[in-house]
Unconditional design. Structure first.
Length: 203
């Protein structure tokens, strides 16, 4: 391995170390309480080292979110093999909920944790979840076009369904449903998907 390749590997390893430390601290202590200095202490380097890789903690959070969205988008690729849009819509919901329940800390960082979006100059710059959201939106448009979905506005339908899925998994992730044992949560999620699809779909 040449010196250039070694340097690139070391840079990659340092970046991964910073992200891992930040993820741990954001989850444990809360985004608002964590500083760049605190992250540097966690990895036993100086704050200056962290600043070589990230401008501030907002960009660190964005990098962590991107990793989560990349995983979710990768999971969504199996949907292309499903031809029936109604079946595809249910499968999309299942993929989303499974991702959330299997990666609860990532999901918290992506959707639940209260954190400022200072890393972006405008809302239009927040593209991290755009691809995953557009997967759901395109399926909903197909369902409407082919007469499966009782909806006129695909944007409202898409946001409504996403909000429902997000609400369900957020309740479980934050342990706000003690009446439902953890071993029954998957069954409840499947039941909610079945109920929602039966109410929404015409066919």
């Amino acid at each position: 391995m040449g010196s250039a390749e070694r340097k690139e590997r070391e840079k990659h390893e340092m970046r991964e170390m910073i992200l891992a430390a930040a993820k741990k601290l954001f989850i444990k202590e809360g985004f608002e309480h964590v500083t760049i200095r605190r992250i540097a202490e966690e990895i036993e380097y100086s704050p200056a080292t962290v600043y070589l890789y990230f401008a501030d903690k907002d960009t660190i959070l964005c990098a962590l979110q991107e990793l989560g969205f990349r995983d979710l988008f990768k999971r969504q690729q199996v949907l292309s093999a499903i031809k029936n849009p109604a079946e595809k819509l249910r499968a999309c919901g299942k993929i989303y909920m499974n991702f959330a329940m299997e990666n609860q800390e990532w999901y918290d960082l992506m959707f639940i944790m209260r954190a400022p979006m200072k890393a972006f100059e405008s809302p239009a710059d927040w593209n991290l979840g755009k691809d995953t959201y557009e997967v759901l939106q395109s399926i909903i448009i197909d369902c409407i076009d082919q007469g499966y979905l009782k909806a006129k506005d695909p944007q409202i339908a898409c946001f409504s369904l996403w909000s429902l899925m997000h609400g369900v998994v957020s309740i479980f992730i934050r342990d706000r449903a003690p009446m439902i044992p953890k071993e029954h949560q998957e069954q409840v999620i499947n039941g909610i998907l079945d109920f929602t699809m039966s109410e929404l779909l015409d066919k």
